[in-house]
Structures are given as structure tokens and as C-alpha cells.
Design a protein around this ligand. Structure first.
Ligand code: ATP
Length: 258
């Protein structure tokens, strides 16, 4: 599933992040991050613990506010919008750790996701078709599900909002490799409905397998970006761990255009 639609890049970017600086109190978590995500892409943010990946995703979804910089979605500046306003524009996140309502049933969690739903192909029924085990367990409390099942419900909850851009924060966290494969195996069906994906992944191999574009962060800075086929394992390793000799990625450089 390497390169979906967005690689001729005739289209305008669906998401354009420019010079984003984000602080948590005194700590600068992101310093002048820029990126462009084109329709149909699977754009992966990689990086070690504390690199700023979640901060970036949460700022794009509206949960953090940048000190400076902008987030433009489909040509509209959404930097000042609240998360639910961005959800109505089509930016929907699956948060790290899933954040389900454990005492509610599977179906009730999916109904929560539909609260700010846009019109579109995704319904609860459609989610039950995507994850075929889910329908018969729709009345079960999500706290009783396995980690992988909970992740599937979290994805379903995001899908019923009918995202144009789905933000996935560390889907693989705490899951067995076989479960991770199964979850990521659903991506083609999701992309097939016209959804663009921006994901954060600590597992570099996983990111390289599914992404059409990778962007590595290190301590809040961009250290590498490009198509997986255009970067070497040594470059990725150096960018990930901050080894000497890594040239900082030029924002919106050739990788975004390729
Ligand atoms: P991880 O993979 O561990 O989640 P990450 O790349 O997603 O890491 P962030 O969670 O974005 O990184 O954190 C970036 C930096 O900001 C880290 O130094 C982290 O300790 C700090 N940070 C993140 N959230 C907060 C917060 N709410 N308050 C204070 N500092 C924070």
C-alpha cells in the first residue's frame, strides 16, 4: 500500500502546517515544524520518545494551541478553531491510548464519535462491516475488550465522524505485532473511502511499510523527510537518534513534491 493518490501532487495540499512552534509551559516541544500532506497520502511522523510527535498531532487537531505558526486545512486557516470545529471540517483524531469510555458499550462509543459527524460514507453499520467481530459484541462494555479490539473501536469512533483527514496517534502502542498488522491491514479500506491519513508511529519499520511519506522529528525539530523508497535505513537511524551528520530536513522539500 505504498503510494495512494497523492504522489503526482497535482492537487493542493489538504493540510499545510507552517512554522509551528508549540510550548508546554516553559518547554518548547516543537520548533518551527512545517509539513504538507496531500490528498490520499499516508503521511507518517516518526521519532523517539519525547520527539514531539503527539504534540504535533494534538496541535493539528486543536487540542494544543501553537505559540506561533499556522495550520491550514483545505485552504482554510483553522489555527484558531476548537477541536470540535476542526472535526466538522474533517480533521478527526484517534488519540494515543484510545481514550474510550470504558463503562459504555462498543456501540455507545461509536455513537459518541458520530456527535460531530459530517455527511459521508461512514456509518456504524459500515464500521461493523470493516471489523466483522464488532457487530455481535456491540453491547459489550469496551473495558472488557482486548487492547487490539479497543483500538479498533477507537478507529471506528473516528470513522463515523466521516473524517477527510484521520490522525492516528501510536496505533501500535502496547499491542502484539500480529494485532498491529491486523489493525494496519484495514488502512487500504479506509483510504478507499477518500480519507487521507496522518499518523504518528514509534515503530519505524511499521511506518515505512504503510507510509507514502515519512517525516522524522527529534527533540521538536525536523531531521528527515521523504518517501520511504528515497531514504536509506542509515539516514532514518541517524535522523531518529540524532547521530552526527544529519542535515535538517528542508520544510516542504523535495519529499513533499515527489
Ligand atoms: P511519546 O512517543 O513518548 O509520546 P512524543 O514524540 O509524542 O513522545 P510528546 O508527547 O509530544 O512527544 O512530548 C514532547 C515533549 O513535550 C516531551 O518533552 C514531553 O515531556 C513534553 N510534554 C508533552 N506533553 C506535555 C504536557 N502536557 N505538559 C508538559 N510537557 C509535555
Amino acid at each position: 500500500m505504498s503510494t495512494p493518490a497523492g504522489n503526482g501532487h497535482a492537487a493542493e495540499p489538504l493540510l499545510e502546517v507552517s512554522d509551528l512552534v508549540v510550548h508546554h509551559g516553559q518547554l518548547q516541544a516543537l520548533g518551527a515544524i512545517s509539513l504538507r500532506v496531500f490528498p490520499g497520502e499516508v503521511y507518517a511522523i516518526i521519532g523517539a520518545n519525547g520527539a514531539g510527535k503527539s504534540t504535533l498531532l494534538r496541535t493539528i487537531s486543536g487540542l494544543h494551541h501553537p505559540t506561533t505558526g499556522s495550520v491550514v486545512f483545505d485552504g482554510q486557516d483553522v489555527t484558531g478553531l476548537r477541536p470540535e470545529q476542526r472535526a466538522r471540517q474533517g480533521i478527526v483524531m484517534v488519540p494515543e491510548g484510545r481514550r474510550l469510555f470504558g463503562s459504555l458499550s462498543v456501540e455507545e462509543n461509536l455513537q459518541v464519535g458520530a456527535t460531530y459527524a459530517r455527511p459521508g460514507p461512514w456509518t456504524i453499520e459500515r464500521v461493523y462491516e470493516l471489523f466483522d467481530w464488532m457487530r455481535e459484541r456491540r453491547s459489550q462494555r469496551t473495558a472488557q475488550l482486548s487492547g487490539g479490539e479497543q483500538q479498533a473501536v477507537a478507529i471506528g469512533r473516528a470513522l463515523v465522524a466521516n473524517p477527510r483527514m484521520l490522525l492516528l496517534d501510536e496505533l501500535s502502542l502496547g499491542l502484539a505485532p500480529v494485532v498491529v498488522q491486523r489493525i494496519y491491514g484495514m488502512l487500504p479500506q479506509i483510504l478507499g473511502t477518500g480519507v487521507t491519513v496522518l499518523l504518528v508511529e514509534q515503530d519505524v519499520s511499521q511506518a515505512m511499510r504503510v507510509a507514502s511519506h515519512i517525516h522524522c522529528l527529534l527533540e521538536g525539530r525536523s531531521t528527515l523527510e521523504g518517501r520511504p523508497a528515497d531514504v536509506t535505513p542509515d539516514q532514518v537511524e541517524a535522523a531518529y537518534f540524532g547521530l552526527a551528520g544529519v542535515a535538517p530536513a528542508a520544510p516542504g522539500a523535495e519529499g513533499s513534491e515527489a
